[in-house]
Design a binder for this molecule. Structure first.
Ligand SMILES: [Zn+2]
Length: 560
């Protein structure tokens, strides 16, 4: 008989059949009873039944082991609340672990607010690392006055030092001549499929690459040597996720070359969150593992494709033009541009055909409304060729997706995961600088998705925004930006809807709702204890609740 943990107090289950409970019992890593206190106490192992009165600590909350049986831990929640561990359906843990480590310098807008701070960090980084330096997090829209850097400017800053700067979106990489030479890229280098090297009128590199193929080419010399440190970096990163209540995270840029590092992290006890992997697609490739693989802790569930890029760098495919503003000029977008896509319809068809017939779930990054049409067209045809009942085809971020497109997605059984923090950090930019109120206002329209009948999830997308599930819920409910503006054009969602999007429905998108995502008998005991009842506070107060402890399979992985 293993140890048992009995929680007493406010319990939010996210189980529609019984949304609230007074008590929950964990044994051997699973939930064995949940419900009213008397019935759950009755489920405590028989030998301990007589010790119940003594097992409850004195008033004032806290936790403690029964004096009669040290194998029973009783936790009186008091003012606190117990919920399912949060699930991030779309993260990048194995990349973020490296990007946020010592091998890259953090210049994200959440870290450095002004253009001057970024410029100073670039100079200091080059001085400290003459052998080569990589930065993460450039964002000229939030770090105002930071115009798109040119090859010449980065040559001036770096000289013989290779300088690589990853845009905060992850969709653009800037580099100098020394970095290009080190990566073996020159004016004649071919574009990777789905990516491209920007060239000037004379066909020369401009120091800017778009999309994942160019990003990995330029960051290879940084990321490659870091791989041996990945097991420890990943453990650190996952501990950070536990600190905000996350217990499961999707990895939407999985590279099977990292499998040994994940295995090593696991062997060292460093996997304190469940990983659900989506391997990056590529032309002519097939999946590196069979559809049936892994276990409850680590499992590849799908394949990832990027249909278009980022609104912040101008390469989403839209039916309406970018505004002509200081902001769009600073990011190098031509006035009136309607963006671009990474794949033609034919290329999309070819990619999905490589994987879907084998049984894989597909997840496709897509922001622009025209790109969304293209993906839906491709998937509708795919499902006609290869019908499947429970495919859970996923569209990622879907910034400009319209109510009609959500309804079409619902008819096809397609689900969406929303980067709702775009609204919080970039909401003002979306309306004032990029797209105006009509197209920027309803960005990431969770309300319309739910009204169409979709199950949705909310995510932070690795390093793009801080992992902050409680803020995601608040933003989806209030649609209020960091400056306090209420975004026009879309309504908020309810607390219960937001919670499902950060727990059970996120787990469902990861084909993991049978094991996590709600507090039901038989599920793994992935839990979070919050400092207060999140359903009893104003939405704006949600991000202020503290995560007091986080539990993975009944084991405390954060807090006391
Ligand atoms: Zn992503």
């Amino acid at each position: 008989m293993g140890s048992e943990t009995l929680f007493l107090g406010t319990i939010i289950t996210v189980d529609a059949a019984a949304p609230r409970a007074e008590a929950l019992l964990v044994r051997d890593g699973r939930i064995v009873a949940v419900g009213d206190e008397a019935s759950v106490r009755a489920a405590v192992s028989g030998a301990r039944a007589g010790a119940d009165a003594d097992a409850t600590p004195a008033a004032g909350g806290g936790s403690g082991s029964s004096a009669d049986d040290p194998a029973l831990e009783v936790i009186e929640l008091g003012e606190r609340a117990l919920l399912p561990g949060f699930v991030e359906a779309h993260g990048h843990p194995t990349d973020s672990a490296i990007v946020l480590s010592h091998v890259m310098i953090d210049i994200r807008p959440v870290t450095l607010e002004t253009a001057d701070e970024v410029r100073a960090a670039l100079r200091a980084g080059v001085a400290a690392h003459p052998e080569g330096v990589a930065f993460n997090g450039w964002d000229g829209l939030l770090q105002k006055g930071l115009d798109d850097p040119t090859l010449e400017q980065l040559d001036e800053i770096g000289g013989a030092t290779p300088v690589v700067i990853l845009h905060n979106s992850g969709h653009v990489v800037y580099f100098n001549s020394a970095a290009a030479a080190r990566a073996g890229i020159d004016d004649d280098s071919p574009d990777p499929v789905g990516s491209h090297w920007e060239k000037d009128a004379e066909g020369r590199l401009t120091g800017k690459g778009f999309e994942v193929g160019t990003v990995f080419a330029m960051l290879g010399p940084t990321l490659g040597p870091a791989a041996k440190e990945l097991p420890a970096m990943l453990a650190d990163y996952l501990r950070g996720l536990n600190a905000v209540g996350l217990t499961t995270v999707g990895d939407l840029s999985w590279d099977a070359a990292k499998q040994p590092a994940v295995d090593a992290a696991r062997a060292a006890g460093g996997l304190s969150a469940r990983l659900r992997l989506y391997e990056m697609s590529g032309p002519g490739r097939t999946a590196s593992v069979p559809v049936a693989n892994g276990d409850g802790l680590v499992r590849q569930v799908g394949i990832k494709t990027w249909a278009d890029g980022s609104p912040w760098v101008g390469n989403i495919l839209i039916s309406f033009p970018y505004l002509d503003t200081e902001g769009t000029r600073s990011i190098g977008v031509e006035p009136g541009s309607r963006g671009s896509a990474n794949y033609s319809r034919d290329q999309l068809d070819a990619v999905v055909e490589q994987y879907f017939p084998d049984g894989w779930q597909l997840a496709c990054h897509v922001h622009g409304d025209l790109a969304i049409d293209r993906v839906l067209d491709a998937w509708e045809a795919l499902l006609e060729r290869h019908p499947r009942d429970d495919h859970r085809l996923r569209m990622e971020h879907v910034g400009t997706m319209t109510p009609a497109q959500f309804e079409r997605a619902a008819r096809l059984g397609v689900t969406v995961s929303l980067l709702i923090d775009h609204v919080y950090y970039w909401g003002d930019v979306l309306v004032d600088e990029l797209f105006g109120p009509e197209h920027g206002g309803p960005w990431a329209n969770a309300r319309a998705a739910l009204d169409a009948g979709l199950r949705i999830s909310l995510h932070n997308d690795g390093t793009v925004t801080p992992a902050e599930p409680l803020r995601n819920m608040a933003v989806a409910m209030t649609r209020t930006t960091r400056s306090g503006r209420r975004m026009p054009g879309a309504d908020g969602i309810t607390f219960d809807e937001a919670l499902r999007a950060q727990t059970l429905d996120a787990a469902w998108q990861l084909f993991s709702d049978h094991e996590v995502g709600s507090l039901e008998v038989g599920k793994l005991a992935d839990l979070v204890v919050l400092s207060g009842d999140p359903s009893a506070v104003e939405a704006a107060e949600l991000p202020g609740l503290r995560v007091e402890s986080t539990w993975l399979g009944g084991v405390r992985v954060f807090g006391a």
